[in-house]
Design a protein around this ligand. Structure first.
Ligand SMILES: NC(=O)c1ccc[n+]([C@@H]2O[C@H](COP(=O)([O-])OP(=O)(O)OC[C@H]3O[C@@H](n4cnc5c(N)ncnc54)[C@H](OP(=O)(O)O)[C@@H]3O)[C@@H](O)[C@H]2O)c1
Length: 322
């Protein structure tokens, strides 16, 4: 089968289309013919080995010393079940599914085996494969952090980086939970973020969100770029600071800042289950969340897609049609 192989760490050109062996499902696995996948920040980070200096050695040990140990990148997919292992109970041939492989990667290919017990669910019936593939990573991350921050009815929530993949889902999910949402993004994305339901939008190129007198119950930094001091200034005492790029226990500076201000800090990574993805499926089918798709590329143009995502300004998601 055709797959995109990451031949070494480096620029987008290290990605090459190759023929690799077709996978065979184990007893509790399904074989999915992939129709669409995406290029996420996780993919470009592994490809370029972009990690903080203090993580360099552990990251090399985890990801592979000279090149990625898992050479086929891609963290999410949508496709059709083409084969099932003998003990699979919940999926059958022809099922249209979407899934998160996360750190296990492997979605830049025509076929991928997935454990039946993994983060896999039936695809929302009202969405295309391209739209469905763009939900798991951003949608599940936004869901995880909003739940950690106990986001609910009547709360004031600020989403910093509201135009990215996590940000666009966070705005829609926080609205679904009945919160009053302020989205921070750049000038070109103000209309997009408004269209997702944000009650207020702030242009970070013109205004400092922490200087306009609003205090929030929750600040979600969905791109890891808001100044810590600004977020602390904008939080009510006891409020939640949610940071998608912070290490699990947060770094010392963040811990000190939140502790002295009487706030609560959540970092780390999500650990979702299939029921969370099924929850997002229901929300998509009910029209409560809609994936934002910036660009779609064919598999053969994966290098161009990575070049675009590397710039750090994608709106929502970049999809790869397989
Ligand atoms: N903790 C976890 O479990 C977890 C899971 C998944 C991903 N992540 C991490 O979360 C981060 C965000 O992922 P993503 O896929 O949502 O990112 P993304 O879609 O690539 O984010 C791009 C968006 O960020 C905005 N942006 C760039 N610089 C900004 C700034 N200074 N201020 C405000 N907005 C800015 C851009 O808008 P403009 O063009 O307007 O600047 C663009 O729309 C990544 O670093 C990813 O690795 C964490």
């Amino acid at each position: 089968m055709k797959a995109i192989v990451c031949t070494k760490y480096g620029p987008p050109e290290v990605l090459q289309i190759k023929e690799i062996e077709k996978p065979v499902p184990k007893d509790k696995e399904v074989l999915v013919r992939i129709k669409a996948t995406t290029v996420t920040q996780a993919d470009t980070r592994v490809r370029g080995f972009r990690v903080p200096l203090s993580y360099w050695v552990p990251a090399r040990l985890a990801l592979g010393l000279t090149k990625p140990r898992k050479p086929v990148l891609g963290t999410e997919l949508a496709g059709v079940v083409e084969d099932v292992g003998k003990d699979v109970q919940n999926f059958k041939l022809g099922d249209q599914v979407f899934a998160l492989t996360g750190h296990d990667l492997g979605c830049y290919a025509e076929l991928r085996c997935l454990s039946e017990g993994g983060v896999i669910a039936q695809k929302p019936v009202n969405l295309s494969f391209e739209e469905a593939a763009a939900i798991p990573m951003g949608g599940l991350t936004a869901l995880h952090f909003l739940r950690e921050g106990k986001v609910g009815k009547g709360q004031k929530v600020l989403v910093y980086g509201a135009s990215g993949s996590i940000g666009t889902y966070a705005v829609q999910l926080a609205k679904h939970y009945g919160s009053e949402v302020t989205g921070v993004c750049s000038t070109v994305n103000l209309d997009l973020v408004r269209s997702l339901g944000a009650d207020r939008v702030i242009d970070y190129t013109k205004e400092d969100f922490s200087r306009e007198g609003h205090i929030y119950d929750v600040v979600l930094d969905a791109v890891g770029k808001s100044p810590l001091s600004a977020s602390m200034r904008s939080l009510k005492k006891g409020g939640y600071y949610l940071q998608v790029l912070a290490p699990p226990g947060a770094n010392l500076r963040m811990r000190w800042a939140t502790m002295t201000m009487g706030n609560r800090m959540v970092g780390g990574t999500m650990a979702p289950g299939a029921k969370d993805l099924a929850f997002l499926k229901d929300l998509a089918e009910g029209g409560k969340i809609k994936p934002v798709i910036d660009r779609t590329y064919p598999l053969e143009q994966i290098v161009e897609a990575h070049r675009y995502v590397d710039q750090g300004h994608k709106k929502g998601n970049v999809v790869i049609k397989v």
